[in-house]
Design a protein around this ligand. Structure first.
Ligand code: SIN
Ligand code: CO
Length: 392
């Protein structure tokens, strides 16, 4: 059965020495095998594949959820419901009203706000950076869950603290029957095919469409969701149209060589072809590419909120001398570097540095020294001043 969940035993985080670590994830099989057998195909449970997930803790998450710029939700419910959802902005005293059971707090894009959280993403380099959407983190009281559902995107669900019972169902789609609570899009039924108890460090990969239901087995259940993005072609087309139109002038249909009209009721072939050609001529290949790079390098949220917690990172990795702010996206297009939706033309002397900066999120002094030139240093200073990178 291709839907069988396989499991690869690795070292549990609790076996590791108690020294503070940065978040990390290691595939327990080769990237080639993962991509071939599981990616976009079937679930995989990976016990003990992650570690260093002690921060953010429950209090930090709760504080983050109350910040104005942070997208958060509180979902209350269990079993056959009823379910309810509170969307941010959340009330300051929301957590006092929730009781001890059956609720979940979900905080979106924690990587964007907490640079130390974003560093986990370096361990997903077996997939291209642009494919990553964000890291959502949930905190649940005992019995808390978001209900049985499926997502349209790939996700790695990483247990950070407490334990969660994951039930896995069948592959679903838009036609799968839903419960009446339309806001949550919960499945009306979910036959359970597999079941796992995720403990700290355990990771569950789910491809798009697979039904799942994760219930907190105890209070203080924290789960990270590394979510992937799959560009929607309708939205991409809109981006392309926008980019192409932004650089073209208004040009009207003309017909100085028009011949005799034999039938005024129809659109003649030649007229139709000229209209199609005129419209499609606005699609310049360079503008199409620009639209793609701009879109893929634009962060989910604007702004570089929250300074990098340098102490936290240095304490956990003494080798690191520079980090990329969690909300920075950097994508290379040959000599161009796309940083948060803006293209930077690089000199030859700047290219090795920016290549390094785009390849990961934290950098050692000797790596930086090896690619430093006077103009590279200038660019890096500029980007440090703008908050995109932080020296430690
Ligand atoms: C959760 O963290 O509680 C929900 C994650 C998911 O099921 O997608
Ligand atoms: Co889900």
């Amino acid at each position: 059965d291709h839907r069988d969940l396989h499991s690869f035993p690795t070292r549990r985080s609790s076996d590791l020495p108690a020294t503070a670590q940065l978040p990390s994830f290691t595939l327990p099989l080769t990237p080639a095998a993962f991509l071939r057998e599981y990616w976009q195909k079937r679930p995989l449970f990976m016990p003990g594949a992650a570690s260093g997930l002690d921060q953010p803790d429950a209090n930090t998450l709760a504080g983050l959820a109350l910040e104005e710029s942070v997208e958060a939700r509180v979902i209350t419910g269990a079993g056959n419901g009823p379910w309810s959802v509170l969307q941010s902005p959340l009330d300051d005293n929301v957590f006092e009203t929730l009781g001890e059971k059956n609720w979940t707090l979900l905080v979106q894009s924690v990587d964007h706000f907490l640079t130390e959280t974003s560093l986990l993403l370096d361990d997903f380099a077996f997939l291209p950076n642009w494919r990553v959407e964000d890291i959502m983190i949930s905190y649940a009281a005992k019995g808390g869950s978001v209900g049985p559902h499926f997502d349209r995107y790939d996700v790695f669900l990483i247990q950070a603290s407490g334990s969660r019972r994951w039930q896995i169902g069948d592959v679903c789609d838009e036609s799968s029957p839903r419960q009446a609570t339309d806001e949550l899009k919960l499945l009306a039924q979910m036959p359970v095919r597999e079941e796992f108890i995720a403990q700290p460090g355990d990771v569950l990969y789910l491809p798009p469409g697979v039904a799942h239901h994760g219930v907190a087995e105890d209070s203080d259940c924290i789960t990270w969701s590394v979510g992937f993005r799959a560009p929607d072609y309708q939205m991409l087309m809109a981006e392309i149209a926008g980019e192409c139109l932004a650089e073209s002038d208004s040009k009207l249909f003309t017909d100085p060589d028009r011949g005799i009209t034999t039938d005024p009721s129809i659109l003649a072939d030649t007229d139709r072809q000229q209209l199609v050609r005129g419209a499609l001529d606005l699609l310049h290949p360079e503008a199409i590419e620009r639209a793609i790079y701009r879109w893929l390098s634009t962060p989910r949220l604007e702004g570089l909120e929250f300074a990098v917690d340098e102490h936290h990172i240095r304490e956990r990795d003494s080798d690191v001398s520079l980090v990329r702010h969690g909300s920075v996206r950097l994508l290379m297009q040959g000599k161009l570097a796309w940083l948060n939706g803006e293209a930077h033309t690089l000199t030859e002397q700047q290219q090795p540095l920016v290549q390094l900066l785009a390849s990961k999120r934290r950098y050692q002094k000797r790596e930086l020294d090896a690619v430093m030139t006077p103009t590279a240093r200038e660019l890096l200073h500029e980007w440090i001043e703008q908050g995109y990178f932080s020296p430690l």
